[in-house]
Design a protein around this ligand. Structure first.
Ligand SMILES: [Zn+2]
Length: 342
């Protein structure tokens, strides 16, 4: 079965400016590395040129006033915030990033590919219903889910967000929605942007229990991630029984990333993916969609993406990492005990 990579050279045209960490070289390094690894153009890999999505699809998630704001700021090149500049082509490229993510989901749900990776820029997981920020304009992954819920009558989607920053936008959008379980592994919000993603943020109303935050102390690495995947991700997915796995794939938990203080190896991205692939095989015919978020050391980012892509195409990553159980996991289990058996 095929793995789809969704990519357009246009994604390199998104340029937040000199010295900004979210730069075009990131994606260029990824494509070069996928070519060197002979994954790009391999028989079991299909590269898809994305189409921009329509404004109506963005408005399934975002307030019309926010969509209008991004469009208007693009005309005047006024920033959304200090970290999130807006250029003439920002609105158009943000529609193409969301469109590429929808295309990745669609190719998987229609059965034309087993799994997919949307290699898009700009990223999306900090964009809430009402606003962008943190390098994000529209929430690509949330737009994909809302669009495809309607097209394919999806009832349950599991999101794993392993970007080092909490995906406050994605959490916000699905906070009261029991059809989408959002699980995020991220650096302790007391020590990193955006300052949300504490253990006791578990959802609201009908969505109570469907937001799961694993805030890891600075210096956490492979052992702590392995512990969280075994102790939380596996039992949670077994009980939730998703019809699709969607992964917000940020690579900035990498040990030398300049924006964060976590210590993940590039190899970890292979076995993190293996957890998702294995659960997807057991629960939903292997349906997995990855979407690119952060990661600010281009070579390490590229190596991480190659390790993800290898695992998506069926390679089994070797791992000898011993899980480390932490007080975060114990506390999270206690907080979630009224919703899940963990
Ligand atoms: Zn990040």
């Amino acid at each position: 079965m095929t793995t789809a990579l969704v990519y357009s050279e246009k994604y390199l045209e998104h340029n937040p400016g000199e010295g900004h960490p979210e730069r075009p070289e990131r994606l260029k390094a990824i494509v070069d590395a996928l070519k060197r690894a002979k994954l790009w153009g391999a028989p079991k890999v299909k590269v898809i040129e994305p189409k921009p999505t329509k404004r109506e699809d963005i408005e399934l998630v975002h307030d019309p006033s926010h969509v209008e704001l991004v469009e208007r700021l693009s005309k005047f090149e006024k920033p959304l915030d200090g970290d999130t500049p807006v250029r003439k082509n920002t609105y158009e490229l943000a529609l193409l990033a969301a469109g590429g993510t929808i295309d990745a989901g669609r190719v998987v749900l229609s059965g034309d590919a087993l799994n997919a990776f949307a290699l898009v820029r700009p990223p999306g997981h900090h964009a809430t219903q009402a606003r962008g920020g943190g390098f994000c304009y529209f929430n690509n992954l949330a737009v994909m889910i809302e669009r495809l819920k309607r097209e394919f009558k999806l009832r349950r989607v599991f999101i794993l967000d392993f970007d080092a920053h909490h995906g406050n936008g994605t959490q916000n959008i699905f906070y009261d929605d029991p059809s989408v379980l959002y699980m995020s592994l991220h650096q302790d919000p007391l020590t990193l942007y955006p300052g949300t993603g504490f253990i006791d943020e578990v959802g609201s109303g009908e969505g109570n229990g469907y937001t799961v935050n694993v805030p890891l102390p600075p210096e956490s690495g492979d052992a702590e991630y392995m512990g969280a995947m075994k102790e939380i991700f596996v039992p949670l997915t077994e009980q939730f029984k998703p019809e699709l796995f969607a992964v917000s794939a940020g690579f900035d938990a990498y040990v030398d990333d300049p924006l964060t203080q976590l210590r993940l190896s590039t190899l970890a991205y292979g076995w993190l993916t293996r957890f998702v692939v294995e659960q997807a095989e057991r629960l939903c015919k292997g349906r997995v969609v990855f979407v690119l978020e952060g990661g600010y050391v281009p070579d390490a980012l590229a190596e991480g993406v190659v390790n993800v892509a290898k695992t998506l195409t069926g390679e089994k990553p070797s791992t000898s990492v011993e899980p480390r159980r932490t007080s975060v996991i114990d506390e999270l289990k206690r907080v979630l005990s009224s919703y899940w058996k963990l």
